[in-house]
Write a protein of this length. Structure first.
Length: 95
């Protein structure tokens, strides 16, 4: 499954602070339909993500009926991104 969307980078200040982009709920619904086939536990879904020229492997985290895409610091630096920016996110989830 392949998805492409724009989303705003936000900073989560939880016990393990990180930057994320939320997957739109309509696309998340498509992914939820196959989540049991692709998760490796706790609803976390492995994915390959690309923003600009930077591609990496990560895991999508379920949150409030959708999924959060973690944006590593190395990706934000490489693509000159900051909190509040709205990049195009391309992701691939293998079934």
């Amino acid at each position: 499954m392949e998805f492409e969307f724009a989303g705003t980078i936000f900073y989560w200040r939880g016990p393990s602070p990180y930057h994320f982009v939320a997957m739109p709920l309509d696309l998340a619904a498509e992914l939820r339909a196959v989540a049991n086939d692709v998760t490796y536990g706790w609803g976390v879904i492995p994915a390959t993500v690309r923003i600009g020229a930077t591609e990496w492997r990560t895991s999508l985290f379920p949150k409030d009926g959708g999924y959060l895409v973690p944006i590593k610091d190395v990706v934000r630096r490489a693509e000159d991104l900051a909190e509040g920016d709205r990049p195009t996110v391309r992701l691939i989830v293998k079934r």
